[in-house]
Design a protein around this ligand. Structure first.
Ligand SMILES: [Zn+2]
Length: 175
């Protein structure tokens, strides 16, 4: 190993902390950290997530929703709407585009939301690791992840109704 002028703190947590610091400061990570990430599965995956996030943030246009996701959401919307509005079961014009637009808009901040939650889990686990037994910590983390997944599910589940309401409001304003 070549001698390092500033020996970094050991451990993957310190490495990922410095990698994300460098990422948010928009500077290059230290060579020793990049070397570590190249040989470490966990830190390497963390670094690739950052690169992916940078790519997502760099694009001007919101990412386009995948066709399967739009299709699935529309199917759910049709089932929902035909139950609630059997009399007017046809979807308003431009509905598909509106759902796609809403999904695209919510996909844009999603990497940040996920990164934030990963940070909360990591910092929270660190803070509580001396105070609580590991099993309880894991249960807490699982509960947190489940709550997040539920929240995301509710968000995407509500998009079809949001799209429908927006188009209806627009139609009323034009009338
Ligand atoms: Zn590592």
């Amino acid at each position: 190993m070549s001698p390092d002028p500033q020996p970094p703190a050991a451990g993957c947590e310190a490495v990922t902390a410095r990698l994300s610091d460098a990422f948010f400061a928009r500077t290059a990570a230290a060579e020793s950290d990049r070397d570590h990430a190249a040989g470490c599965a966990a830190c390497g995956s963390f670094q690739r997530d950052l690169v992916e996030l940078a790519g997502a943030l760099a694009t001007d246009a919101p990412p386009t929703a995948r066709d399967a996701l739009v299709h699935q959401t529309l199917e759910r919307a049709r089932a929902e709407l035909s139950r609630h509005e059997a009399a007017t079961a046809t979807l308003p014009a431009g509905y598909r585009r509106e759902v796609g637009r809403l999904i695209g808009a919510t996909l844009l901040p999603l990497p940040l939301v996920l990164l934030w939650n990963a940070a909360v889990l990591s910092v929270g686990g660190e803070l509580l690791s001396g105070l609580l037994p590991t099993a309880l910590l894991q249960a807490l983390a699982a509960g947190y992840v489940l709550a997040g997944a539920t929240w995301l599910g509710c968000l995407y589940g509500s998009l079809p109704l949001m799209a429908h309401n927006q188009l209806r409001r627009r139609a009323l304003e034009m009338a």
